[in-house]
Write a protein that binds this ligand. Structure first.
Ligand SMILES: [Zn+2]
Length: 215
């Protein structure tokens, strides 16, 4: 018998369980708990059952042979990539010699069967755009005293000095060295602020030093 570790429903499409929302009263795919709200929205309307939809998905192409792996150019030789503009990941790199993708050996047309919006993009520019989206200049937005205190007390803070703190759990890891970033809060007088994006420990230290130096 299969061991059940949790009673939480698991979406048949995206396989998400925790963190996914399920329509309780009028699920599109029955019974309750079959598909999460987001997948119910994104699966085209003419599919009546999950099986029908899953059967229509293009097959994942076969992985390359050992010989293909050994002769293909390295990631660092590639200047362009297959990607969907605005997304945070590339799909594959473009072979500089023969143009199909490195990993799946597909051209753009084949790639678009799985990723209709895929384009060939300049990899350096694409990665720079991701960095810029995820790491805009640090700004402070006003928040409530209540929110400030809730976030301060929810976990032992990662950093806490002069009314500024980082919430104790990392939101992501960022940049070339993969430094952990945390949600940041600060109090200045009777005004409470939160950061517009997660920040690293080094960043908050530098920010506070600068703030105190100019105070
Ligand atoms: Zn889902």
């Amino acid at each position: 018998m299969k061991k059940k570790t949790s009673n939480a429903p698991c979406c048949v499409f995206c396989k998400k369980s925790h963190g996914a929302q399920f329509n309780i009263f009028t699920p599109r795919f029955k019974p309750f708990g079959t598909a999460c709200v987001e997948c119910e929205k994104s699966v085209p309307a003419h599919f009546k059952t999950p099986e029908e939809y899953l059967a229509k998905l293009p097959a994942t192409p076969p992985l390359p042979t050992q010989a293909e792996v050994e002769t293909r150019p390295s990631f660092y030789d590639c200047t362009h990539a297959f990607a969907v503009p605005g997304e945070d990941n590339i799909i594959d790199m473009v072979r500089p010699d023969t143009q199909p993708s490195c990993h799946y050996n597909q051209n753009l047309e084949e790639m678009r069967q799985r990723y209709p919006e895929a384009q060939i993009v300049n990899a350096t520019e694409f990665f720079a755009a991701i960095r810029q989206r995820k790491n805009p200049p640090l700004e402070w937005e006003i928040t409530t005293r209540e929110n400030y205190w809730n976030m301060l007390e929810v976990l032992p803070p990662k950093y806490h000095r002069n009314g500024a703190f980082l919430v104790g759990e990392a939101m992501d890891h960022f940049g070339a060295n993969g430094a952990a970033r945390y949600d940041a809060f600060k109090q200045v007088g009777s005004i409470y602020y939160q950061s517009n994006r997660p920040v690293t420990v080094a960043e908050i230290k530098a920010h506070m030093e600068q703030t105190l130096a100019t105070a």
